[in-house]
Write a protein that binds this ligand. Structure first.
Ligand SMILES: [Fe+2]
Length: 353
């Protein structure tokens, strides 16, 4: 995940950039929801469920069962948990509901206290049973039941429609987590497994010099405006005062971050928050996560395509808040606050590479 840095204007930075990767599925979608067209929702259910399965299609049963750290989950658990979500919050509300397995609530609940006890998070990688094939069957049956429900329109659609939409967004969050967790898992393996082959190599082009775009600030709306799905933490819309500020007009590159490393950035306490420098020292961190010394003043990084050379022109990623903050201080800048970034990004179109 790349980061921007902003010039030292106005108040100091105080908030880390939003990761967008947290598991925000506490809301049950009862808040304002747009009218949901069932035919559209049916297509989205097919697309999202198939996309999750495509992400796991090439994984072996062993790949899908392992958990490389407490904060990561096995792919098999993600496949089952996203299905348990629909079964619990949508299908359970229907007459004559029968759970696929009475054990699954214990195995695949994430953190819903109201739904009873659940397996410890750090024990998810011990679930050699149920086998992957059974989890895939579970997915198929729940997806089919969801599609039947949407087609029939039975039940209280004002409740079930928003819950299905919430479940789709929840599953898309877990798609990101599947890739994040597979990458971390494969990075532990000395064989450097390749999850997928790299795209055709692009010609390396030097990034343009950094420019700054100024924002006037003022009393500005923050949070979701109008209808349409958002997670509950994006509401309510509210006003926030921002002093004038400026943001860099492109992301920080690996090449720029290398200058920070070569300038002793990881060894200079004056650049770091005190707990950040303690984090660096206690863990012996000298490079971004997944980077390795490639010898002869080169670096390689572990990617979903295996070990690859660090590209100087690509945005730096897998740096923590502490590292991003130290880099910004070294560069004579600071990180933007969440409100500054949201205001700057609000009307910008997404660009996918
Ligand atoms: Fe979840």
């Amino acid at each position: 995940m790349g980061f921007f840095w902003s010039e030292r204007l106005g108040r100091p930075a105080s908030e880390p950039p939003s990761s967008g990767l947290t598991d925000r599925d506490k809301s049950l979608g009862r808040e304002r929801a747009p009218h949901l067209v069932r035919a559209e929702l049916e297509q989205r259910v097919r697309r999202v469920r198939a996309a999750t399965e495509a992400l796991c299609a090439e994984l072996s049963a062993e790949d899908a069962a392992l958990q490389s750290m407490t904060d990561a989950s096995p792919a098999k658990w993600h496949l089952a948990h996203t299905t348990w979500f629909f079964e619990t919050f949508v299908l359970r509300a229907l007459p004559r509901f029968r759970a696929f397995s009475t054990d699954y609530a214990y195995l695949f609940n994430s953190y819903y206290e109201a739904l009873g006890p659940r397996i410890r998070r750090d024990a998810r990688g011990l679930l050699s049973r149920p086998p992957l094939a059974e989890v895939r069957t579970y997915r198929s049956l729940v997806t089919a039941r969801l599609l039947e429900l949407i087609e029939s329109g039975q039940g209280d659609w004002d409740v079930l429609g928003p819950r299905i939409e919430l479940g789709l967004h929840h599953e898309e969050q877990h798609q990101e987590l599947i890739l994040t967790d597979i990458k971390h898992l494969f990075a532990q393996n000395p064989l450097h497994p390749v999850y997928r082959h790299p795209p055709p190599s692009r010609t390396e082009t030097a990034p343009l010099p950094v420019g700054y775009k100024a924002y006037a600030g003022g009393l500005l709306p923050i949070g979701k405006q109008g209808d349409g799905f958002v997670f509950d933490n994006e509401r309510p819309e509210h006003l926030q005062f921002l002093a004038p500020y400026a943001l860099a007009d492109r992301l920080v590159t690996n090449g720029e971050y290398l200058e920070f490393i070569r300038d002793g950035g990881y060894q200079r306490p004056e650049l770091w928050l005190s707990d950040g420098f303690r984090w660096v020292q206690e863990r012996g961190i000298e490079l971004p996560l997944y980077w390795q010394d490639g010898g002869e003043n080169t670096w390689v990084t572990f990617t979903l395509a295996g070990l690859m050379p660090v590209s100087p022109s690509e945005p730096v990623c897998h740096v923590s808040y502490y590292e991003a903050d130290a880099y910004a201080r070294w560069a004579g800048a600071r990180l933007p606050t969440e409100a500054e970034w949201e205001t700057a990004a609000r009307d910008r179109a997404l660009q996918c590479r």
